[in-house]
Design a protein around this ligand. Sequence first.
Ligand SMILES: [Zn+2]
Length: 128
Amino acid sequence: MSHPPYRSLGPTSSVPPDPYLVAWAELKKHRIRRWIAFFVWAPLAGFVFSASEKLVGHPLGRGEFFAVSLPFVVAAVLFLVRASNFRCPQCGNRFEAQRMVSYPLTRRCLNCGIRIGTPKNTVASDAP
Ligand SMILES: [Zn+2]
């Protein structure tokens, strides 16, 4: 009675999801958002710039262009920061960064070496 069946979503409902797999899914989500922000922003800014010339009748001034594009820049930076601040589920350090070095395309944690997609109970050994 006091426990609504929130988790009855399948045969594995009694097993909680692997926390590492949940984390990897999170990282994937952050990365996709980051690439979208990265690749969409520039064409979008170009579009806004050229469309405004037709809409307003004159090219945007620097200040106007800044004001229009600021929300997109902020969103893009937020996505970038969130993705790069992703914490490795195994060692708790930043997954894509070690000290001052950052490598956003890495498939392994730069600090402990665990690969993306490794479940928690698979002990990361030195075997390839
Ligand atoms: Zn790690």
